[in-house]
Design a protein around this ligand. Structure first.
Ligand code: AHR
Length: 489
């Protein structure tokens, strides 16, 4: 048996709703076919955006969406994606399959997508191959309310009113696909480019600098030292890769050892956040700069028969567990982590949704975001978890992972995952500082390789679970490979 004690009086940092954000890149069928089908499509849509996808994202209260990349962002020239669609300049998407990008989804379409979902846009600018002027003009085009060349161009393209864009990334992975820069060179460029990313009127820009690749603490140190005072956010990218980058494991066929290897790698996120936070603390002890984990998630072999450049992978209960433990880690570090964006939204990597023609599937990962949504903007509660270990083949993980929060109405929300691939674990739950009348539970459970697909879209779905009082405590049985959300009333 494991024991979890939650101190209901300990309300700490606000869990920024943006920890539950997502990422959409011009990659494979994320944008085209995934969210955008065009107004003339037979697939139900509003202004070209798939109705099923928009509705599913509204249901999990998607708070923020990053676009247009990724590596694509540092090759993207935004002016090619405005104006009459038929006249837009085409380009080669060199990173992702070498396909022709016709730019039919551009700035106006992205802002329309965010409007329909009801989420904040997070736009990533091009520092790798774009100019300072181009980046500056994009923000003017988006947000300037008045007479200016870019505001007039926006009006001529059918949108006289400015949009509100808070989150802006100044380059992506500039240590790699975004220009192969060294940290000091990037940091100086960041200082220069961000100078011209203006806050117009009431639109206050939250500028996000390109941060480290995984455990590259030197990058964090140098960028913070040179440019820390010019940014509000610093990004971190970390993917959970089964096997090696050269030889990745399958998304759906894996051994027990590979299951635990993947979870062990997912849990490395905690060490990354702690260590990068320690480096940031040297230059920013007040935590003015937020850590923005704007790319995270599992990266497996592509599905057999699909274009290797499209990064299309299936998504199982194992991926759901990766999401659950990672989101618990983000919650627990809400004092420094202010945003996170799962890679990616639809049809790419650890997608929350998969589409095929007019059909759509909610993945197990989608259901984790559903179960965790009550944490958005709630305040973190202190937890003490006493649990054993699970593992196989030299890979060991804690049996359970948990986090807890209290919302504005005083309801306590607890999310807990059983990482064991098999074997139920009973959890004894104690709440300090409150006397619950009832605790309601929902649980997502299955075998590690269980998944939803187009023939069987509801194989894995949350169901109600019983949490029973026992003296001063409460007890719930968590099947192996499960994720539960408990609401205390
Ligand atoms: O998400 C896929 C790619 O992974 C992104 O384009 C890039 O930023 C990262 O390397």
């Amino acid at each position: 048996m494991s024991r979890l004690t939650v101190d209901a009086r300990s309300a700490g940092a606000v869990i920024n709703r943006n920890l539950y954000g997502n990422f959409s890149e011009h990659l494979g069928h994320c944008i085209y076919g995934g969210v955008f089908v065009g107004e003339d499509s037979a697939i139900p849509n509003v202004n070209g955006m798939r109705t099923d996808v928009v509705e599913a994202l509204r249901a999990i209260r998607l708070p923020v969406l990053r676009w247009p990349g990724g590596c694509f962002a540092d090759e993207y020239h935004w002016k090619d994606g405005i104006g009459p669609r038929g006249q837009r300049k085409k380009m080669v998407n060199t990173h992702w399959g070498g396909v022709t990008e016709d730019n039919s989804f551009g700035t106006h379409e992205f802002m329309e997508l965010c409007r329909q979902i009801g989420c904040e846009p997070y736009i990533n600018g091009n520092l790798g191959s774009g100019t300072v002027q181009e980046m500056s003009e994009w923000m003017e085009y988006l947000t300037f309310d008045g007479v200016s060349p870019m505001a007039q161009l926006r009006a001529a393209n059918g949108h006289p009113d400015p949009w509100r864009v808070k989150y802006f990334g100044v380059g992506n992975e500039n240590w790699g696909c975004g220009g192969n820069m060294r940290p000091s060179f990037y940091a100086d460029n960041y200082r220069r480019y961000q100078t011209y990313v203006r806050s117009y009127g009431e639109n206050r820009v939250f500028k996000i600098a390109c941060g480290p690749n995984g455990d590259d603490y030197d990058w964090t140190r140098e960028v913070m030292e040179i440019a820390g005072r010019y940014m509000q956010g610093l990004s971190l990218h970390y993917y959970t890769v089964g096997g090696t980058w050269e030889h990745k494991h399958s998304a759906t066929q894996f051994t027990r050892e590979e299951y635990y290897e993947l979870l062990e790698k997912a849990l490395f996120m905690e060490e990354l956040i702690v260590k990068h936070t320690a480096v940031m603390d040297r230059f920013d002890p007040e935590h003015r700069v937020g850590l923005v984990v704007d790319e995270w998630g599992t990266w497996h072999q592509v599905e057999p028969g699909t274009d290797p450049g499209f990064l299309y992978q299936q998504n199982t209960m194992r991926d759901a567990l990766v999401a659950a433990v990672t989101l618990n880690i983000f919650n627990r570090h809400a004092d420094r982590v202010v945003m996170a964006n799962l890679a990616q939204l639809v049809n790419v990597l650890q997608a929350v949704l998969l589409t095929r023609d007019d059909r759509m599937v909610k993945t197990p990962t989608y259901h984790v975001f559903d179960l965790y949504q009550e944490h958005q903007d709630a305040r973190l509660l202190a937890c003490a978890l006493d649990t054993g270990a699970a593992g196989a083949g030299g890979h060991a993980v804690p049996a359970l992972s948990a986090s807890a929060s209290v919302d504005a109405d005083g309801e306590v929300h607890i999310t807990v995952a059983n990482l064991a691939d098999q074997g139920a674990e009973e959890l004894e739950l104690r709440l300090e500082g409150c006397r619950p009348r009832e605790i309601r539970g929902r649980i997502l459970a299955g075998k590690p390789a269980d998944r939803n697909d187009f023939d069987c879209p509801s194989r894995v779905e949350p169901r109600a679970c019983t949490v029973r009082p026992e003296g001063e405590a409460w007890r719930v049985m968590l099947p192996g490979c499960s994720v539960a959300a408990l609401t205390v009333r």
